[in-house]
Design a protein around this ligand. Structure first.
Ligand SMILES: C[C@@H](N)C(=O)N[C@H](C)C(=O)O
Length: 153
């Protein structure tokens, strides 16, 4: 009985110290920032043109049926920061893809089952987790800059 209680107490102590350290180091920040937000609520300068919401992508098909770009708050804040810096230099960011549901990823992977180009369906990864963007740059009027390849080439 005493042994069990002591083990339990040790468990609580380890948990307490672990949590205390994480709070002090700000590691819980990510959890607080993990909610999803609309990209355009954090910056109006972004141009949103979700390619997989149209047939104008490498599949030739509509992959999902929404046109609002969302992602995790922390990632959107970083994108907004980059957008601010680029605007001062005369550029805007055009977003071709942000959060992508696992069902959409499954569709992409079925069409192109090459994990070096399309990630395997996994809610904890990249677009499916809401922490990745497919982007290009435009001038301030919204004209795309010439890039070495087109989207997804
Ligand atoms: C398909 C391409 N736009 C892409 O997003 N690839 C990465 C690897 C992904 O599927 O997460």
């Amino acid at each position: 009985m005493v042994k069990v209680t002591l083990v339990k107490f040790a468990g609580y102590l380890v948990k307490y110290l672990y949590n205390k350290e994480n709070v002090l180091e700000g590691k819980y920040m990510q959890t607080q920032l993990s909610d999803f937000v609309n990209l355009q609520t954090l910056t109006e300068d972004l141009i949103i043109e979700l390619a997989y919401a149209t047939p104008n992508n490498f599949t030739g098909q509509v992959v999902y049926d929404f046109t609002t770009a969302i992602a995790r708050r922390g990632s959107v804040q970083k994108l907004a920061e980059a957008s601010k810096i680029l605007k001062k230099q005369g550029y805007r960011i055009k977003v071709w893809d942000a959060y992508r549901p696992v069902s959409a990823q499954l569709k992409l992977f079925e069409i192109y089952p090459d994990p070096t180009f399309v990630a395997k369906p996994n809610p904890n990864f990249s677009h499916q987790k809401g922490v990745t963007f497919d982007v290009t740059l435009t001038d301030l009027a919204g004209k795309e800059l010439v890039m070495p390849t087109a989207f997804d080439d």
